[in-house]
Design a protein around this ligand. Structure first.
Ligand code: ADP
Ligand code: MG
Length: 368
């Protein structure tokens, strides 16, 4: 198997470092403090949550809920309710009866996956009143379990996109009364999440401790990479691993992906030039996506992304020097293009403005 995991989580063996962060989260869980975990995309938040879940093992229930695909409160309820009924205890007939009785006012329906036989619950909400009651009962169900439960909401800022109003306040009220449990709010929209928790006027103000996930340290990561290659009788020196880290800006996903491809390349002794070639190959494989991006963006948005990629990062994107060098036109149009691209998640702040997708950035850099 390839030791460089590029989706999901396997086990601690394939997980690099994050010891301090894991301890911090474990400590918060033990002491029933809530945690907000933020970083930009693909640095390893989801991986870290899975790692914590693995560490906790069967000691207490850990409910992981990825809110990224949810668009409205009904979606939230579907995911949350299923996570609760599966996560707290084995779903025997007796428990199904208990759940049915508990939620009877909401007419829950169980269906069974024809392939696996696994049950899932469906609670259809007719109006906002029912939605509120459902949410209340779901949190109540956790409370009545009498167990300490950890609930991790991944991509939590997604609740701000729901068409329903005041979801933030509704959840805050419920979470506040579940004092035994620990809630983790994780997300990539750092700015949106931080303002939820740091602004005085917002329901979640100062209700949790903030953990900003940084990049994995270069020396730790390079050693981790190099050791895996040698364990499989391949050679990739720490120096080459550091080169791979640097060129990928230390972004976990991109480092993992590059190493995964190099591992399966059939080359036994990997030098810097092999890494360069492999990156070219990755960019080529993705090219169709990048051309597609270009189709979807305005000319200025694309030019701006390319200009930022060529500089690697830009601290003063409105400066005359930058705007003139890349012939971007009026600073005001640059400003609105930046806002749009940030909104789409294509640009981010990391000690200056950068193109979020590291591979896309490397590809743009090569465009004339
Ligand atoms: N500490 C780690 N060691 C090795 N791989 C990791 C680590 N953290 C994350 N990954 C991998 O990096 C990729 C991106 O991580 P992910 O957790 O999905 O990021 P995020 O949730 O911040 O967007 C995933 O493929 C994941 O398996
Ligand atoms: Mg994630």
């Amino acid at each position: 198997m390839n030791p460089f995991i590029i989706s999901g989580y396997k086990s601690p063996e394939y997980f690099c470092d994050r010891q301090a962060e894991t301890l911090k989260i474990m400590d918060a869980i033990e002491n029933s403090r809530n945690v907000t975990l933020v970083s930009f995309r693909r640095l390893g938040k989801t991986g870290l949550l899975r790692h914590v879940e693995h560490k906790i093992g069967s000691k207490m229930p850990f409910l992981y809920i990825d809110l990224y695909p949810t668009l409205e409160l009904q979606d939230f309820i579907n995911l949350f309710s299923n996570s609760i009924i599966h996560g707290l205890e084995p779903l025997t007939d007796r428990v199904i009866r208990k759940v049915t009785a508990f939620f009877s006012a909401l007419r829950p329906r169980f269906s069974f996956d024809p392939q696996t036989g696994s049950p899932s619950i469906e609670i259809n909400i007719a109006d906002r009143g029912e939605a509120n009651m459902t949410i209340h009962l779901l949190f109540d169900y956790i409370r009545q379990s009498g167990r300490k439960v950890t609930v991790a909401f991944d991509e939590f800022q997604q609740i701000l996109e729901y068409p329903e109003k005041n979801v933030e306040a509704l959840l805050r009220t419920e979470i506040q009364t579940n004092t035994e449990s620990c809630f983790i709010f994780s997300g990539s929209q750092t700015h949106m999440l931080l303002s939820m928790f740091n602004e005085y006027s917002r329901p979640f103000y100062q209700s949790s401790e903030i953990l900003e996930l940084g990049k994995i340290k270069k020396d730790e990561y390079a050693t981790f990479i190099s050791e895996f290659f040698s364990r499989f009788n391949k050679d990739l020196s720490v120096a080459v691993a550091e080169y791979i880290y640097d060129i990928n800006g230390g972004i976990t996903f991109n480092v993992q992906y590059t190493c995964n491809k190099l591992f399966s390349s059939g080359i036994d002794k990997i030098e810097e030039r092999d890494a360069i070639k492999m990156l070219d190959k990755i960019l080529e494989e993705n090219e169709i996506i990048y051309y597609n991006y270009r189709e979807l963006l305005t000319k200025l948005q694309f030019q701006l992304l390319r200009a930022i990629a060529k500089e690697d990062k830009v601290e003063k994107p409105y400066s005359e020097r930058f705007v003139q060098k890349y012939k971007l036109g009026a600073a005001s149009s640059v400003r609105s293009a930046i806002d749009v691209l940030k909104g789409k998640g294509m640009l981010m702040e990391d000690q200056g403005l950068r193109v979020t997708d590291r591979f896309f950035s490397l590809w743009l850099k090569k465009q004339i």
